[in-house]
Design a protein around this ligand. Sequence first.
Ligand code: TIU
Length: 738
Amino acid sequence: MAIKGQCTIDAKPYPFTFPLKHTALLVIDMQRDFLLKSGFGEIQGGNLEAVQASIVPTRKLLDACRNAGLAIFHTREGHVPDLADCPSSKLIRQGAAPNNSQHSLVIGDKGEMGRLLVRGEYGHDLVDELTPYPSEVVIDKPGKGSFWNTDIMHKLKARGITHLIVSGVTTECCFATSIREANDRGFECCGIEDATAGYNSDFKSQSLDMIHWSQGLFGFVAPLQPLLDALLPLTGTKPSGLTPPQTPPEWDGDLRITSLQAAYKSGLSPVTVAEAVYTKIEAYRESDPAVWIHLESKDDVIASARLLSSRFPDREKLPALFGIPFSIKDSIDISGLPTTTACPPLAHIPTASAPVYTKLIEGGGLFIGKTNLDQLATGLTGCRSPYGITHSVFHKDYISGGSSSGNAVSVGANLVSFSIATDTAGSGRVPSGLNGVVGYKPTRGLISFVGTTPACLSLDCIAIIAKNVEDARLVWQMVEGYDGNDPYAKPAIAFERHINSIGPQATAFKFGIPPQDVLEVCSPIYRKRFNEIVQRLQKMGGKLTRIDWTPFQKAGDLLYNGTFVSERLASLPDGWLEKNRNYLHPVILRIFEDVIKRRSTAVDAYRDLQAKALYTRQAEVVFAPTAAGVDVLVVPTTPTHWKIDEVLKDPIRLNSINGTFTHFGNVLDLCAVAVPAGRYDVSELSGVETDKGSLPFSITFLGGSRMDAEVLRIALQFQDSLHEGDGKGNRGYESHPF
Ligand code: TIU
């Protein structure tokens, strides 16, 4: 291993180098139907002995990759039970061959292991030796290639994968097709000779030769042993046969997901983490009693932690969020708990949980409590809740931001690892920026919004607040996915741009920023810091590119000055406002009354919808993959950091300024991630030399619809550049005093 984080192995046509963090093992179709007697493969005329010989080497490869911490993807070929995803050519061609005596059974027919190549049947599943672990990805594919009509490209990109180690059956069919498909999409692939097999030995060797022919037409081919040798030193686990440690490992309270995952793997108990979390929560209550609307009892959480330990006794096979403590905004339903949306007259006790919550629990997450928010998720300050005003974890006089105020504080104060919030006008990004944590708002419709109280339903979005970009990205992977019950869900499979896996293009990016006159809204220290960040991005290889700011400006204005605010009322029952005005927070009441006073008409609303479509199209041009287009837009997350007192005196105007760089995000169907970008002294903001302490600075990267993986990649690059050489990585919570 020459360069840190990279491996190089002997391969044809020349040595294959792969970055560990960006490499996945792809195990193709090691299904009973292809490997065992009476399966689909035998009907194909396959030599079963030949393919079965690949099982043991594939297991060795899988174990080595698991131990080295690589992402693991398995595929299974097969069809939905009514065969709606099976083209007639695939169904009929072989059986229709003249004098055919071999294909007496075709796809969907009942064989000895169930219906052939049909999902859910015994024969369709993977052989026992290669059963996936809970944290591994399984892709069900209807074709021979792994990319046709699947979301594998999306899932690989979402994990930052650029390099693939490929194994599985059969070499001449699905293995070769998948490598060719991956190659077209920009992946660097290396097929592993001993861990693939075909039904015809000549086909196997010729298929492998075709991959590396002509200086690597489709990729690389290598034997297994050099790869095992290269991965062995990276093995995180102890050699087997030793007595497990008798004392649990030391844990320093680091709640980053990746750190907790490593600690759990080596024996840390989730009960220890639950106890520590409650100690922190109690201590922080002194500083800020307004974080939680509902806190689970410590005993209940400890019981959940115990249950997790008994459900997952094997520490090698933990789900990704095993024992990871999280909080959730109190506008998101959890069965049996009140959802208040910080608006007591709207409180209800749901009988079903929001899918986003259910997925976290299924992934092993440890639920701690529901957090405070600006009433009806309307606001960007954290000063609009009957449950009290949260303050920034950095300073008691300064706002936490909102509306996901408690979410960001619970992460920023290190009470939980991550939090599930919402973001309509910036509610996930703004409080993250003001508390020194990461706030990621995926493209709308990628995470189900079902079971969440709407703020402005056609623009609402689930947001993820975490300690660093990689944690936010991991939580996204756990909770995203098409939900047919969400009318705004985006289709599961989308066009995905190719990736750049090697060369300078792998790290290069183009970025745009707001024009100088727009940046004038920022306080002097914010402008100074933003300019410094722009220089840093350029030093990292980012190319500052001129963009048309008009669609962002106009879309931002549309959100609050247009008719979209009326949509906030559309989700409430008729007459609700009249009945409940006395119970509303005075600022929220004022906003709603102003909306009513406008007497907007349907004509106004249609004009705004048309304007939204136009600006969205204009923004697509800004993010187009052309010479003039940019990969990301970079903005300061907020223009400044208000004091609580200032906001209380002028709540609507200052709130609106707070959203200058966030309002347009959902109107234009963008994705965005707010990332901490250092600190500054409070005195630099206030101008009062005697003011003590520091506050966080934050920038937001925005990208086009469904460009989440690209935006997160650049955000990660930026985050890493901030922590280069400090030996700590991004611990998140170290950046503030708690
Ligand atoms: N027929 C054949 O060789 N293979 C398949 O049909 N599927 C896979 O290769 N997985």
